[in-house]
Ligand binder design. Structure first.
Ligand SMILES: Cc1cc2nc3c(=O)[nH]c(=O)nc-3n(C[C@H](O)[C@H](O)[C@H](O)COP(=O)(O)OP(=O)(O)OC[C@H]3O[C@@H](n4cnc5c(N)ncnc54)[C@H](O)[C@@H]3O)c2cc1C
Length: 403
């Protein structure tokens, strides 16, 4: 019996909406279902330093329209010193309420895409061991059964689809760090805005300049601090932040917009990403600590690979083989970022007095930098080939030709 849709996508954000755009271009009949009412925020900051996917999805201009600042520099503070440099391309920090809405609106420009918002997917439909659709309940309490050839779970890290299909988890690691963040008006800006990272007492502070006069301020803290922070989140957050270099002064006129947002931590895992009649995408398939800000682009990358597999299936290639390749390729592309993220978070700690004091003194000494800079590439390669690889890739934009 012919199904109502080619594909049902559960979840309409980075993973789900980007896939819907790509499938819309192919003329696929798609139902996108989300329990949220859009535009809608979600638990996520939104540092995006690789914008080529937004360009390829045809939404970059629309995302930029609200006056987002184009951030071209990154600054890392160690105590009262910092290192700062240009990035190969600019960074945008669009609020999820805006980003997800732009993606969704783009998807809905294609006639074959149908959106069901405020609709909860409550179960899967099965036939002879194969997923054939979903059961839904909408805001009015009306139930419906919808069928499709493939159900895509783009329903986030607590994916119900993953639970129902019993997707195996691997490379799992417990949540490592609680995260607190909030939107602040009136933080005194740098003359030239930069993404600012504060490595302090084993915590990571991050200041993401969004629009003129509006920043996203965040903190990854030690797990044992979580309880104290939750007792009075704004007060403890701001008190901690004021200890960062110059932040006492820069926060004088600052005002929190809305509430502090927080999580005790994000689980780290990969999940088996396909089976009979189902596929997992985005955080549903792979989740990691947000300190490296990779999740949104990772979700886009998976959407492009899945759309490519679907297109090749239309051209006659075998689904099972395509899906094996999809699983392999996604894992292969996600693994370096996963390892770098876990390694980064595990190695965060308070600096010893000696480390901090020596760094402060060499930071201010050009003669030391003159000696150190030529040694840095090989030293980095030796202690972290992965970080060196990432640096080398970016260095090409600054004139390094591989020699
Ligand atoms: C604190 C924090 C900070 C972060 N910071 C960054 C950052 O700076 N940069 C970055 O790139 N990434 C960041 N991330 C990661 C990023 O948020 C995720 O990787 C990204 O949101 C994944 O998108 P997704 O579409 O897979 O899932 P989600 O964004 O989680 O969307 C899932 C959707 O599925 C819907 N849904 C779930 N269950 C059902 C159901 N049963 N029925 C109907 N709908 C359902 C939900 O309503 C939701 O809209 C951060 C994450 C956290 C937690």
């Amino acid at each position: 019996m012919e199904k109502e849709f080619d594909i049902i996508i559960v979840g309409a954000r980075a993973a789900g909406a980007s896939l819907a755009i790509l499938l819309g271009r192919m003329g696929k009949r798609v139902a996108v279902i989300d329990k949220a009412k859009f535009p809608s925020d979600t638990l996520s900051t939104h540092h995006m330093s690789h914008l080529h996917y937004l360009r390829e999805l045809g939404v970059l201009q629309e995302v930029e329209k609200t006056g987002l600042r184009k951030i071209t520099r990154m600054r890392t503070y160690i105590g009262e010193s910092f290192v700062e440099g240009p990035r190969a391309s600019y960074t945008l920090i669009p609020r999820r309420k805006h980003l997800d809405q732009v993606l969704l609106e783009k998807a809905l420009t294609y006639e074959t895409i149908v959106m069901k918002e405020e609709t909860f997917v409550s179960d899967l439909l099965w036939e002879a061991g194969q997923v054939t659709g979903v059961c839904t309940v909408n805001k009015q309490g009306e139930s419906e059964q919808i069928t499709a050839d493939i159900v895509v779970g783009a329903d986030g890290r607590n994916s119900a689809i993953a639970r129902w299909v019993k997707a195996e988890e691997y490379h799992t690691e417990r949540p490592l760090r609680p995260v607190f963040y909030g939107y602040y008006k009136g933080v005194q800006p740098l003359i030239e805005p930069a993404t600012e990272i504060f490595l302090n007492e084993g915590r990571v502070g991050f200041l993401f300049p969004m629009e003129e006069g509006m920043d996203c301020l965040g903190l990854e803290i030690h797990p044992e601090e979580f309880k104290t922070f939750t007792e009075d989140p704004q007060q403890v957050f701001e008190q901690t932040y004021r200890n960062f270099y110059q932040m006492e002064t820069r926060l004088k006129q600052a005002e929190l917009e809305g509430k502090m947002i927080f999580t005790p931590g994000v689980p780290n895992f990969f999940r088996q990403s396909f089976g009979s009649g189902w596929v997992l995408l985005g955080d549903a398939a792979h989740s990691k600590d947000p300190s490296t800000g990779l999740g949104i682009n990772d979700a886009f990358m998976q959407s492009f690979l899945l759309a490519d597999a679907i297109q090749r299936h239309d051209q006659g290639e075998k689904w099972q083989e395509l899906m094996n390749q999809f699983n392999e390729k996604t894992d292969e592309q996600l693994m370096p970022g996963y390892q770098l993220t876990l390694d980064y978070v595990h190695s965060l700690r308070k600096w010893t007095t000696r480390e901090k004091a020596i760094f402060q003194s060499i930071a201010a000494n050009p003669m030391v930098w003159n000696k150190i800079v030529p040694l840095l590439p090989d030293y980095l390669k030796q202690i972290s080939p992965e970080l060196y690889g990432a640096a080398e890739a970016e260095a090409k934009e600054f004139g390094f030709d591989g020699e």
